[in-house]
Design a protein around this ligand. Structure first.
Ligand code: NAP
Length: 284
């Protein structure tokens, strides 16, 4: 049986197997989606093994999206420019790396009918997901970008990736101007694990409100996007809901990136709506 799967660490609660199993069934493909939860020191031997087997490809998630790059034979220009691969296609032992997160982000904004033109955007987080968002923002004419991160240096390193260098600032969570910045933001994006199920941060909001209740620094004119998809409504999205603001959860992005990976491996488009409904059901 042809195998596809997910490479990463601490993957016990991933819903990727469910998403792909749904699409395999729907398209009558006798494929199996496996989980490869391995230590970083084992990546080289894992790669060697899969090159000689029926593994058609795999996704990569935290924390190996960057570590996998040296093992690729070819890297698609988008993935190369972000410096992160989340999809690998194995063609006769040659490994081709792609990044489908970008498409996930793009389609998420498209279905929300959200124009980023001339908007002030705030990103909380400076990891791989934040990096993908900045790659996408570079294709949009946004007005200003503020990046907040626990580790300020990482936020400032990421700011270098933004193409308008006179329209970007980096901050840690204790920045004195935080309230003003949050009030001025049009779109606020959480790209950290704050609020994520099965983590210590599950009930927590990103702490960039300088100790003020969040509802005193946000308004219904703003849009909130949380990359966390489990739970579907995180504490970050709850505060948006409470002030009557629009919000988007991370599940759309997850489904769109998974569907694009599926298409790369199988040269067939899966039914994204069915995948979305299966995931939504599983996360109830
Ligand atoms: P990552 O590369 O490991 O980066 C993690 C980010 O979260 C960093 O900014 C890190 O800050 C911050 N962080 C982690 N633990 C923290 C803590 N205890 N307190 C404060 N900040 C903390 O991960 P990633 O790939 O960017 O993913 C970030 C989030 O997005 C995850 O929740 C992931 O599930 C989600 N995501 C969703 C999708 C989707 O399809 N919906 C896709 C990708 C990612 P430091 O720099 O200070 O360590």
């Amino acid at each position: 049986m042809i195998k596809i799967g997910l490479l990463g660490k601490s993957l016990g609660h991933s819903i990727s197997p469910l998403l792909h199993a749904n699409a395999f069934n729907d398209l009558n493909l006798e494929h199996q989606y496996k989980i490869w939860d391995i230590e970083e020191s084992k990546i080289a031997s894992f790669i060697q093994e899969i090159k000689d087997t029926e593994v058609k490809g795999f996704n990569i998630t935290i924390p190996y999206k960057e570590a996998i790059l040296p093992f690729m034979d070819e890297i698609d220009p988008v993935a190369m420019s972000i410096g992160a691969v989340n999809t690998v296609h194995n063609i006769n032992g040659k490994l081709f790396g792609f990044n489908t997160d970008i498409l996930g982000i793009q389609k998420t904004f498209e279905i929300a009918h959200t124009s980023l033109n001339n908007k002030r955007v705030i990103i909380i987080g400076a990891g791989g997901a934040a990096k993908s968002i900045i790659y996408y923002l570079n294709s949009q004419n946004i007005k200003y970008l503020d990046i907040f991160n626990r580790t300020k240096d990482r936020a400032c390193n990421l700011a270098i990736d933004f193409h308008k260098q006179n329209a970007v600032s980096c901050h840690d969570f204790n920045d004195v101007d935080v309230i003003k910045i949050v009030e001025q933001g049009d779109i606020i994006i959480n790209a950290t694990p704050y609020g994520m199920a099965e983590s210590q941060l599950v009930e927590q909001l990103p702490p960039i409100n300088a100790g003020l209740p969040w509802d005193q620094c946000i308004s219904k004119k703003q849009l909130f996007f949380d990359l966390v998809y489990n739970p579907q409504v995180t504490p970050f999205l709850e505060i948006a809901m409470n002030v009557g603001a629009n919000f988007i959860g991370g599940l759309n992005m997850l489904v769109f990136q998974a569907a694009k990976s599926f298409e790369i491996w199988n040269e067939k488009k899966p039914n994204e709506r069915k995948m979305f409904l299966a995931a939504k059901d599983a996360l109830k």
